[in-house]
Design a protein around this ligand. Structure first.
Ligand code: R5P
Length: 290
């Protein structure tokens, strides 16, 4: 305790509010301090953007290509990511607690690729999420899927628990093989979770009308990378998504299935945080890979 010998009266009582103004993420400025603090571990406060490295695929796909040995393929990439999207199994077994990254914890699961993927349940308790210091919980939402209502219920339950604990929820829009992936569908599939309390939403980029998806969603939208495509194409998708209102990317296969994952992640960061155009970012990728 400070000693009591020299108690000085304060004199600097200038007028005006002490409260910080604004928040760097759309629709989230009214959230409590812990919620905003966790969101700031995911989205860089300097520009409101994020590059999340997604490697939670094993929760329904098993050891898919690039994820056979997370210690070899993913660990070297961790320093370059703003946040990591992963399961609690991967977190506890493979990721050092001192990595300092925002942890976006996969919190739904159940069916494997052999079954109906929409048949999910909540897969993480809020106490364990707190123990793991999760910066967000990620839950799949199957708008139009067989188990649409349950997946929405999973999400709203996690939102209730997350609000109580100060942990934001990421709603992940899931698309079935036979679903039309267009702006109309994604406006629906992103707006519903936002209306029901999700703090940010992950969806897919569409060439026509993506800006209507981002503008109609009152919370930040990030895009999934999707299946592996040539690097320049993936960088172009990331660039367009950011230009059209996305707050970041959550990229998996287009990073860890690249021949040069670290170079690809650097190029993606340059697009998202530095505004490099796709051809400039691809040049950077080639330089870093050679
Ligand atoms: C599904 O497995 C997960 O939500 C992935 O994290 C998400 O699809 C992003 O990974 P990718 O860029 O490989 O699509």
């Amino acid at each position: 305790m400070a000693d009591l010998d020299d108690l000085r009266d304060g004199s600097d009582f200038s007028a005006g509010s002490q409260a910080p103004t604004g928040f760097h993420l759309r629709g989230l400025g009214g959230q409590d301090w812990g919620m905003r603090s966790r969101l700031s571990r995911i989205f860089d406060p300097a520009d409101g953007k994020t590059v999340m490295l997604a490697f939670d695929h094993g929760y329904f796909q098993g050891p898919t290509s690039g994820l056979e040995r997370l210690d070899r393929t993913i660990l070297p990439l961790v320093p370059q990511a703003d946040a990591l999207m992963l399961t609690r199994g991967a977190l506890r077994t493979t990721i050092p607690a001192e990595c300092g990254k925002g942890i976006v914890l996969r919190a739904s699961g159940g069916p494997s690729v052999l079954k109906d993927l929409s048949d999910e349940e909540i897969a993480v308790g809020i106490d364990d999420a707190v123990r793991l210091d999760a910066a967000a919980l990620a839950v799949q939402v199957f708008v139009g899927g067989e188990h649409e209502t349950r997946s929405i219920r999973n999400m709203t339950t996690l939102v209730d628990r997350g609000q109580a604990a100060g942990i934001p929820v990421l709603a992940v829009t899931a698309v079935g093989r036979d679903m039309v992936r267009d702006a109309r569908y994604f406006r629906l599939a992103t707006r519903i979770p936002a209306e029901l309390g999700a703090h940010f939403v992950k969806t897919y980029y569409v060439e026509d009308g993506f800006e209507t998806v981002t503008s109609a969603c009152p919370v930040p939208i990030i895009i999934a990378g999707g299946k592996k495509v040539p690097e320049e194409q993936a960088l172009t998708v990331a660039y367009r998504a950011i230009q059209e209102g996305a707050a970041g990317v959550d990229m998996g296969r287009n990073v860890f299935q690249s021949e040069h994952p670290a170079a690809m992640l650097s190029a993606v960061r340059a697009v998202v945080h530095d505004g490099l155009k796709p051809d400039e970012a691809y040049d950077l990728f080639r330089q870093l890979s050679s």
